[in-house]
Design a protein around this ligand. Structure first.
Ligand code: SAM
Length: 240
């Protein structure tokens, strides 16, 4: 269970009301029961519930049961989708090893930027389920133009894999395997309506952008996100 706690010298922590609801009402934990907690910084800890009230739960840490996993620097940018699909996309991106997750606002996005709390709740839920102890970082939404400007400053150090259904390239595997191992990698997925012609031209003009095709079919945006991250995992892993 992910809880942003600090153990301190006494090796105890008091958890908030929302975790009380989850631990006591959902998981039906009682005083004396054990729970594994992680805070995204200090590995995973076997803890015992020492004090359970309706407002707070106090836990005592007994032993570290897993070391902290190093953060992934794999960036995943996506144009926001409708709510259910967005939940899926963010959960799967976490499971597939994204370490930095950022909504990117493009011309054909329907509606406004997604709610960060909801996105982060999905990230945490996925991190808990796949036991990744370094919870991906959620960055504030950014416009495509600002994203390109930001990345331009790092163009020698980063490579942005632009998922483009009209890319003429074949399999992206060779291009990925040829990347300098010191370069950080990002994956960018467009909205339901795809990127506009101007947005495609802007991306393709950047030296740090590598357009990749995920095959000759137009995938749903959420499918494309999972497929692209799987290709990255299979070729270069998620360590950068
Ligand atoms: N209308 C569908 C939907 O509702 O999701 C498909 C949208 S598709 C245009 C959304 C994004 O998925 C594209 O902007 C692109 O980033 C990615 N994509 C889909 N198929 C792809 C392919 N074959 N190769 C590369 N990227 C693809």
């Amino acid at each position: 269970l992910y809880v942003d706690f600090d153990l301190g010298e006494a090796m105890t922590a008091t958890l908030s009301r929302e975790h009380v609801v989850y631990l006591v009402t959902v998981l039906r934990r009682k005083e004396g029961d054990g729970v594994i907690l992680f805070n995204g910084r200090d590995g995973a800890w076997a803890c015992r519930l020492t004090d359970v009230s309706r407002k707070a739960v106090t836990v005592e840490a007994e032993a570290r049961v897993a070391d902290q996993t190093p953060p992934s620097y794999l960036w995943f940018g996506f144009a926001p989708l409708k709510v259910g699909r967005l939940d899926y996309l963010v959960q799967k991106a976490t499971e597939m090893g994204a370490g930095i997750i950022q909504p990117v606002m493009t011309r054909f996005v329907q509606g406004g930027p997604p709610k960060p709390d909801k996105l982060f709740a999905n990230i945490v839920e996925a991190a808990e389920q796949c036991e990744v102890l370094s919870v991906p970082r959620l960055e504030s939404h950014v416009s495509l133009v600002d994203l390109v400007r930001d990345w331009t400053g790092f163009h020698g150090d980063r490579c942005l894999l632009f998922c483009d259904e009209s890319a003429l390239s074949g399999s992206p595997v060779g291009a990925l395997q040829g990347l300098d191992p010191d370069r950080r990698v990002g994956v960018l997925i467009g909205p339901e309506g795809g990127f506009s012609d101007e947005e495609r031209a802007l991306l393709l003009a950047q030296p740090f952008v590598l357009p990749i095709s995920l095959g000759p079919r137009i995938l749903r945006a959420d499918t494309a996100g999972v497929a692209a991250l799987a290709v990255v995992q299979a070729t270069i892993g998620d360590w950068r």
